[in-house]
Design a protein around this ligand. Structure first.
Ligand code: HEC
Ligand code: HEC
Length: 216
C-alpha cells in the first residue's frame, strides 16, 4: 500500500495520539448484530490505518475526514474503487485516498466496506438554526425554480440513503459542502450529482450541508 506525503504526515501526528485508543478498540470493535466477521488482517488495517483518520469506528472527529460508520457497504466499495481508478479526483482524494486505495485488492475493499457499514452511527452535529431550516426545505422540496430536485427522493426522508444512494445524515458539514463543490467543478465526476450541484448556489449548498450534519 502506497501512502502519499500529506497522508503520511497526518498519520505520523495522529498515530501517537491515537495509539492508546486504537489498541483499546482493536480488542473489541463495536459491531452491529449479525454483521460479517472481519478477517484479522483487514481488521488490523481498518483500525490501524483507516481508523487514524476516519476514526476506529468510522465516526471521525476532524471534518476533513468523512464519517464512514453506518454508510452503505455498496457505496463505500464503489468509492474505494473510484479512488483506486482515479475517477474521484478532488485534491483531498488525490492526496489522501489514491495511494491508500491503490494498494487494496477487491477482497480487502469488500471486507473494509462491510466493517465500516456495520459500525453504529454517531449523533448529529449541531448547526445554526437558520441554516438548518433553509437546508431542511431544500432537502425535502428541492428548488423548483432552479430545477433542483428534492434530495430526499434519492437519499431518503431522513438522509439514511439506500444500497444505491449514500447516507448523508450526520456527516460533517464541511465535508458535504466540499463534495458538492467538487461535483460542481466535475473534479468528482458522477452523472447524477454533477448536474444537481451545478444548479445550487454556494449558500444553498451550505444550508443543506448544515441540515444534513445536524441529523442523527
Ligand atoms: C491519512 C488520512 C486517511 C487515511 C489513513 C484513510 N483515509 Fe479515507 N479519506 C481521507 C480523506 C481526506 C477523504 C476525503 C476525500 C475527499 O474529500 O474527497 C477520505 C475519503 C474516504 C472515503 C469516501 C467516503 C464518502 O463518504 O464518500 C472512503 C470510503 C474512505 N476514505 C475509506 C478509507 C479506508 C477504507 C481507509 C483505510 C484502508 C482509509 N479511508 C484511510 C483520509 C484518509
Ligand atoms: C436522482 C438521485 C439523487 C438526487 C435527487 C440527489 N442525489 Fe446526491 N447522490 C446521488 C448518488 C447516486 C450519489 C453517489 C455518487 C457517487 O457515485 O459517488 C450521491 C452522492 C451525494 C453526495 C456525496 C456523499 C459522500 O459521502 O461523499 C452528497 C453530498 C450528495 N449526494 C448531496 C445531495 C444533495 C444535497 C441533494 C439535493 C440537492 C442530492 N444529493 C440529490 C444521487 C442523488
Amino acid at each position: 500500500m502506497h501512502i502519499s506525503g500529506s497522508a503520511r504526515r497526518w498519520m505520523r501526528a495522529a498515530l501517537s495520539a491515537a495509539a492508546v485508543v486504537t489498541l483499546a478498540f482493536a480488542a473489541a470493535p463495536s459491531r452491529a448484530h449479525g454483521a460479517p466477521k472481519t478477517p484479522p488482517r483487514v481488521l488490523k488495517m481498518a483500525v490501524g490505518v483507516c481508523g487514524v483518520c476516519h476514526g476506529v469506528t468510522g465516526n471521525s472527529i476532524n471534518p476533513m475526514f468523512p464519517r464512514l460508520a453506518a454508510q452503505h457497504a455498496d457505496y463505500l466499495e464503489h468509492e474505494l474503487k473510484a479512488f483506486r481508478a482515479h475517477t474521484r479526483a478532488d485534491p483531498y482524494a488525490v492526496a489522501y485516498m489514491w495511494g491508500i486505495a491503490g494498494g487494496l485488492s477487491n477482497a480487502s475493499i469488500d471486507a473494509l466496506a462491510k466493517y465500516f457499514a456495520a459500525q453504529a452511527a454517531g449523533p448529529g452535529l449541531p448547526h445554526a438554526a437558520a441554516w438548518v431550516a433553509r437546508g431542511n426545505a431544500i432537502y425535502h422540496d428541492g428548488i423548483p425554480a432552479q430545477g433542483v430536485p428534492a434530495c430526499a427522493a434519492c437519499h431518503g426522508p431522513q438522509g439514511l440513503g439506500s444500497a444505491a444512494f449514500p447516507r448523508l445524515a450526520g456527516q460533517h458539514a464541511e465535508y458535504l459542502l466540499k463534495q458538492l463543490q467538487s461535483f460542481h467543478s466535475k473534479m468528482r465526476k458522477t452523472p447524477i450529482m454533477d448536474g444537481i450541484a451545478s444548479s445550487l448556489h454556494r449558500r444553498e449548498m451550505r444550508a443543506v450541508a448544515d441540515y444534513l450534519a445536524s441529523l442523527p
